[in-house]
Design a protein around this ligand. Sequence first.
Ligand code: SF4
Length: 68
Amino acid sequence: MVTAEREWRITADPTVCIGSGSCVLAAPHTFDQDDEGTVVVLQPTPDENHRAAALTAVGACPVRAITT
Ligand code: SF4
């Protein structure tokens, strides 16, 4: 079966993250922070209900640590 949509996957680079928390505010279902404030991706492939928020989080990251 051919699908028009490529697989959608969120990645975050912890070596770039400065712990601002913007991604968690924008998409708490998709992102969290560890004890040091570094990003943790909870849902690398967010379902449709959480994709818009996850994309907002990508744009909200001040250091562009998150990619899709
Ligand atoms: S928005 Fe960017 S810098 Fe801030 S916690 Fe998330 S990944 Fe880290």
